[in-house]
Ligand binder design. Sequence first.
Ligand code: GPW
Length: 830
Amino acid sequence: AFGERKAKAERMFNLMDQFLKNDPISLQKDILYHVEYTVGRSRFSFDDFEAYQALAHSVRDRLIERWHDTHIYFKRTKPKRLYFLSLEFLMGRSLSNSVINLGIQDKYAEALNQLGFEFEVLAEQEGDAALGNGGLARLSACQMDSLATLDYPAWGYGLRYEYGLFRQIIVDGFQHEQPDYWLNFGNPWEIERIHVTYEVKFYGTVEEVDMNGEKHKVWIPGETVEAVAYDNPLPGYGTRNTINLRLWAAKSSNQFDLEAYNTGDYINSVVNRQRAETISNVLYPDDRSHQGKELRLKQQYFFVSASLQDIIRRFKEEAHNNFDELPEKVSLHLNDTHPSLSIAEVMRVLVDEEHLGWNKAWAIVCKIFSFTTHTVVAEGLEKIPADLLGSLLPRHLQILYEINSHFMEDLKKRIGLDYNRLSRMSIVEEGAVKSIRMANLSIVCSHTVNGVSKLHLDTLKIRTFKDFYELWPEKFQYKTNGVTQRRWIVVSNPSLCLLISKWLGTEGWIRDADLLIGLRDHVDNADFHREWKMVKKVNKMRLAEYIETMSGVKVSLDAMFDVQVKRIHEYKRQLLNIFGIIHRYDCLKNLDKNDRRKVVPRVCIIGGKAAPGYEIAKKIIKLCHAVAEKINNDTDIGDLLKLVFIPDYNVSVAELVIPGADLSQHLSTAGHEASGTGSMKFLMNGCLLLGTADGSMVEIIEEIGLDNLFIFGANVQEVAELREQGSTLKVPLQFARVLRMVRDGYFGHKDYFQSLCDTVEVGNDFYLLGSDFGSYLEAQAAADKAFVEQEKWTKMSILSVAGSGRFSSDRTIQEYAESTWKIDPCRCPF
Ligand code: GPW
């Protein structure tokens, strides 16, 4: 039998020849092969999109090759694995990132040139994979890139939504949402695994049965849905390792609704089958608001159940069913509370299916979960109504109650009968609506709870999770977020990438961002300055062209490009920015010709999506457009001030906007942004930051020094004090004046904007726009002043990039790997 297998393997190997070759001729052959046989077009007639598809398929082949090698190697060496569980991944485009990480970008460019195509043009054909909302989801994507690059044996698990985050279109200045059916034109980056499927059960009842004299709970489910795996290979940079992001899609199971078939209701049963497939249809577009919807809960459990079946199957194969080894072989990471039903599910599997007994199962569970929270405010924490949970997952609700009763008993022993504190810490909330607090569950059951910045952890300790911190101080840690320099410099800013490598004399910073500090050595070099400014100019040109095609507004390259792009949220204070712009406009109008000549021209750029049900956020978007219309059409003002709203902000748009920015704004009221990662992307692109001492900004200040950015506003302590003052709070006259202009209908839509204005009226101004306005204007004035002194500005810009090394997600991931997950690199040796 061995000889036979060997002969077969040899035959296979000879048929496969060898690894795919990457010389231009081989690449051209492969691309044309895919034009004919994958895309199904003639090699004599295909358009740019078809060329992109064929190109993508040729890259995919190369990814698959490495992906296989990596997984064969993991299987052979059996390292402890990290499973990164997240309901959201904002991957954006894959083509450029892949060829860069594979190290064959130049070869492809050359191959395409000879065929008469330009790589960049074809890359533009790709749509974004937008399976997430904002910072949290893009963070997952950056972290996957770092996990692959640092050779960690990691898997990502997520949902394959058919509709990603809605597309934002603007009609008369109002946001409208359109579905993002991103799979319409096929997705060359995924591999459908029709054989990797699991049944996921819902509803039904729990029965007690006797087994060998012991009583066991058995869940008799009422509905079965099938989960099908779609694998997305993610290559590391400078390594052969290519890890997997496995996304689940729902398919109706053959088990589904047998009843209806049997009773002869054929048509209805087919309709019901379709209904099962809706589970993974659509991404929920509200970040940080949870409405207790059944479909959302179904998505969460569908995801959790499929992922854990897959993980446990792999574990059992490797560990021969010995569950004592689970904590040495498996680390499960909860990206926020969204996947926290995993805890109950692992308990159910260990107790009900593997019959380990409660205490043993519990001891294992407490060793395998880690948890990262991305929020600051307790009100934003996820809660699931017990009724809803009990009807969809009756056994899980029992398990959650049991976890809680054990926890409450232990807690009473430790803190006594402090009923207020006990009820605050309980996993079960006994209110008008009895519900399960997913954050409490995650904290109780995880060995580590991570914040996403130093300041965030401080807030968790003294406010959000104070009770838990006092109980288990050692559980609470922080890992400052980071972003991947591969996407945010190498892919999105190729000119800067070349310049950095030239002056550092190495490309090493692409794998080790700390090397960027070496740029400080050249901070006064005139040639370096000249080249640095050229790079910014090129990126500003690219952005200016985009602005003109999107909005018809022509902008001057001499102006300061001032950008605020992120989800629209009251706490992020886009309104403060708009009020600042109104103030600037008002001042300009009152200047005489001579004084106007001294003004620094500005192009203010705002972009971001509002959750569809978030009325105030939508009004902010409308106000931005109303103000833009007034300013941009005022011939008296000309190039001195422009305001543009960039519609449909997403990862690809960010790749264009961030490198072209001179200044970027991060205005959250101190204490409200858990971290913020946009700031890090701007920092890496030599864009100066203007913002509050909030989240990761505090640490950016530590790295580059207060001299190199523009900080304003109340700090965390002051925010608390100011809020005490209520309606006696002092607000500058300029703020009152701007507010009055909006209220009086200076920008039209008088009635529509009143409720928006109410949110910042004295006594009601929770996010303190009024009291921060004065220092905001001062910071803006400081930015204007610095922009005129070009040499100083360039120096600040260089020092920003030089100090950005700490904000690489490589650093974050290494910290997680070493101190939380306890996993080691596992580098594929081929
Ligand atoms: F509410 N974040 C996000 F905390 O993008 F869960 N979506 C969310 O739903 C939440 C947080 C949640 C963001 C944070 O607002 C941001 O400060 C942080 O940098 C980012 O997550 C990544 O940690």
